[in-house]
Design a protein around this ligand. Structure first.
Ligand code: SF4
Length: 368
């Protein structure tokens, strides 16, 4: 069914003006000292040490570019061991990060679950700020670093904790589900979190006739199409996925009727209507592994197609993708800097973290 209501910051007369989500905080490096910058020269030893990494990405990174990346990759992998750190990387990270320095890769749900199992003292989050906050929520005693605190998200920036309180005032008794793409401040105000992998399951788990679902209006529309629960939505959108159009997808199919098209549920409904499959990034990857289509269009962030192609070179990717500028703030250079200086550390007020953690853990503990 269609969503039952759509609200945004301008729909509440009593909303205080000028609100923004809390700015990311960072703290000075802890007791461990900064380490000196290692040599970043391209040498025969670097070539030998990084040959197994290049084997993983040779289909998506030209040989001429490898000498520029390999010394930093080697340095990061050595520093990780020296620091006792683990690197978590989202599917939208560039192949040289996702395949060459990350210990764990995946979508938001996979990273959130893996973050609970991490043994290392230091987590370096290669993704955007809300992901680093989620790792910190689940690992309050560990040091969580994000290489660039400016790595934000248009969805997380679309709503504040005060907005959730206003929604609750306007819809008393209606439970609130927040997509993980929200700040810890918002997670602290809601009943449970969800990801695009489990959104329908989470909504139905509440056993309520109506649910407030925030902040992505398009994911909310997708969920509403899959459930009888009435969905009240927020006007947020992913700036990467909302740019795709149904007309664009039709033109790919007209050019090659045999092409397969898969899309992320953060896309508008006319895009999803043209797709052969809709799913989270993890579900999309599994779909490609199982089906092995000859030619494929992945309607999502560009690096995801590169990361899948690195693994499955026999699948020809057409690349009408959009880049997420926030994800691309994370680079090999600032990951190295982060490990050398132990900055920027993500911190969350303990009382707020306790409430936000409850919403994330409630999602993780849902039975499949
Ligand atoms: S791709 Fe969209 S949802 Fe993901 S981090 Fe970028 S802006 Fe946010």
């Amino acid at each position: 069914m269609p969503i039952s209501g759509l609200y945004g910051p301008d729909d509440f007369a009593n909303r205080p003006q000028g609100q923004t989500t809390a700015a990311p905080r960072s703290v000075p490096a802890g007791s461990r000292p900064a380490l000196p910058m290692p040599s970043l020269e391209w040498t025969p030893e670097v070539e030998r040490a990084t040959a197994p990494h290049y084997e993983r990405v040779k289909h998506v990174i030209p040989p001429i570019e490898w000498p520029l990346m390999a010394p930093t990759i080697k340095a990061i992998n050595e520093l990780k061991r020296a620091r006792g750190a683990v690197i978590l990387a989202h599917n939208y990270q560039a192949p040289e990060i996702f395949h060459c320095v990350a210990d764990i890769g995946g979508d938001s749900l996979q990273l959130a679950v893996e973050a609970t199992r991490v043994k290392a003292d230091i987590i370096v989050q290669c993704g955007v700020h809300f992901m680093a906050e989620t790792s910190k929520l689940l690992n309050p005693d560990k040091t969580v670093l994000i290489p660039d605190t400016r790595a934000g998200c248009s969805l997380a920036a679309s709503i504040t904790g005060a907005d959730v309180r206003l929604l609750r005032e306007n819809f008393p008794g209606v439970p609130v589900v927040a997509y993980v793409n929200t700040s810890a401040e918002v997670k602290a105000e809601v009943d449970i979190c969800c990801t695009s992998s489990n959104a329908v399951q989470v909504v139905e788990s509440l056993g309520a006739p109506s649910v407030i679902f925030l902040p992505d209006r398009y994911l909310a529309t997708y969920v509403a199409s899959k459930t009888d629960v009435k969905i009240i939505a927020w006007k947020g959108a992913c700036e990467v996925h909302e740019r795709f159009t149904g007309a664009e997808l039709r033109s790919y199919r007209e050019a090659d009727p045999s092409v397969q098209i898969i899309a992320h549920p953060e896309c508008p409904p006319d895009v999803l209507a043209e797709a052969d499959f809709t799913g989270s990034t993890a579900h999309m990857i599994n779909w490609v592994r199982e089906r092995r289509p000859r030619r494929l269009v992945m309607i999502t962030e560009c690096s995801m197609a590169d990361n899948v192609r690195a693994e499955l070179p026999d699948v020809e990717m057409l690349r009408p993708c959009n880049i997420c500028p926030h994800m691309k703030r994370i680079t090999l250079a600032n990951i190295l800097e982060s490990l050398l200086t132990l900055r920027e550390e993500v911190t969350i007020d303990p009382a707020l973290a306790q409430r936000a953690r409850r919403s994330v853990e409630r999602m993780i503990n849902l039975k499949n």
